[in-house]
Write a protein that binds this ligand. Structure first.
Ligand code: NAP
Ligand code: MG
Length: 397
């Protein structure tokens, strides 16, 4: 590998999986070149979270990153890790620096049937990873009073709108987004749909949100008409907009096989619904694509805390490493593509094929056992699962 991949280590059970994947599936097969950042909570605390900023800037420099799941601290974690501060979610910090869109796609195998029987092909969720409720400003209203929306432009001109007159306690929230971010979200989605040659859906609630959501809808439409319509026509794929509730109903009745672009909150929620309906959170990949062409790969799930506590007691767990393996294969493939390194692209493909073959041969982790169809499946722990993948990779070495 000529150029490095930015490697971000993480926490708990996924940190354990991370090490095992590197030792069994990467070191023996590729000359790995990574720039390592330890985003494990103790090191984030020890560096005043500087390490997260450094990692994000390194992705800007090298264009490709792979990240292990990390703990987002809450009150209980403050105590558990004796933290100096309740650090922000590393993912939020990285997204804030890179901007961009998160694409989440389920890993589909013949052994696992989606809960929604009509779904034949994967559904990719494209989540706008910027703004809205994730960067809101909130206020707990403690007494009667009036709330207004105030915008003061650079020339000192002000616009004021009444929000609500409170006659008692309540809550208040301010949100924003920018045309720049929405437009790059739209372009990222259209580009992605073209790269996978799938239809693209976009949904929002413009009938209720006549300025905010309507802006999303109209920017998507004008960018599509002026920049992408011809290419979509050539590929015989479609773009269509519909209201979020109508989209949800249509998704359930669909066959799958499309990209569904969602606003930040909708994408957060819908990706968990899609992944669990396709099998398991552990079978969902995730990539953040930034407007200036940087890629950060990760598993969609968290650090699997409950498993980690059992692991620490010496118990075996049903932890599934597949999404974390696919985070690595995604990053390796992208590195290979950007550097015209065909051997690396070949290895990334082989790693995914070996992973799927392991499951289709019936070697599965406990989380998949209730979903697995066909005869002769054998539940194994993560160590044996990873060894089985390595055996299937050997012919590629
Ligand atoms: P989680 O780690 O995704 O786990 C939730 C449950 O989902 C697990 O208890 C397990 O169910 C199942 N699961 C998830 N991944 C699995 C896998 N690979 N193999 C088998 N089962 C899997 O979510 P959480 O417990 O809500 O969060 C734990 C920590 O992760 C939190 O500190 C949170 O901040 C962090 N988090 C990080 C990220 C990220 O870095 N991207 C994302 C989400 C959450 P069973 O217990 O039923 O087996
Ligand atoms: Mg979520």
């Amino acid at each position: 590998m000529r150029n490095p991949i930015v490697e971000m280590d993480g926490d708990e059970m996924t940190r354990v999986l991370w090490k095992e994947i590197k030792e069994k599936l990467l070191f023996p097969f590729v000359e790995l070149n990574t720039e390592y950042y330890d985003l494990g909570l103790p090191n984030r605390d020890g560096t005043n979270d500087e390490v997260t900023l450094e990692a994000a800037n390194a992705i800007k420099k090298h264009a490709v990153g792979v990240k292990c799941a990390t703990i987002t601290p809450n009150a209980q974690r403050m105590e558990e890790y004796a933290l100096t501060k309740m650090w922000k979610s590393p993912n939020a910090t990285i997204r804030g620096i890179l901007d961009g869109t998160v694409f989440r796609a389920p890993i589909v195998t013949k052994r696992i049937e989606p809960v929604v029987r009509g779904w034949k092909k994967p559904i990719t969720i494209a989540r706008h990873a910027y703004g809205d409720v994730y960067t809101n400003t909130e206020l707990r209203v403690e007494s009667p009073g009036s709330a207004e929306l105030l915008f003061a432009d650079k020339n000192g001109e002000e616009k004021r709108l009444n929000i609500f007159d409170f006659d008692g306690k309540g809550v208040l929230q301010g949100q924003y987004n920018t045309d720049k971010s929405i437009s790059s979200f739209a372009r990222a989605c259209f580009e992605y749909a073209i790269s996978v040659k799938q239809d693209m859906w976009f949904s929002a609630k413009d009938t209720i949100s006549k300025q905010y959501d309507h802006t999303f809808k109209s920017l998507f439409q004008s960018i599509f008409d002026s920049e992408y319509k011809t290419r979509f026509d050539e590929l015989n794929i479609k773009y269509f907009y519909t209201l979020i509730d109508d989209a949800v109903a249509r998704v359930m009745r669909s066959e799958g096989g499309f990209v569904w672009a969602c606003k930040n909150y909708d994408g957060d929620v819908m990706s968990d619904m899609i992944s669990s309906a396709f099998g398991s959170l552990a079978m969902m990949t995730s990539v953040l694509v930034s407007p200036d062409g940087n890629f950060e790969y990760e598993a969609a799930h968290g650090t699997i805390t409950q498993h980690y506590y059992r692991y620490l007691k010496g118990e075996t767990t049903s932890s599934n490493p597949v999404a974390t393996i696919f985070a690595w294969s995604g990053a390796l493939r992208k590195r290979g593509e950007l550097d015209s390194n065909a051997a690396l692209v070949h290895f990334a493909n082989a790693l995914e094929t070996a992973c799927v073959a392991t499951i289709e041969d019936g070697f599965i982790t406990g989380d998949l056992a209730p979903l697995c169809k066909g005869e002769g499946a054998k539940t194994v722990d993560y160590v044996n699962f990873i060894s089985s993948v390595a055996e299937r990779l050997l012919p590629c070495a």
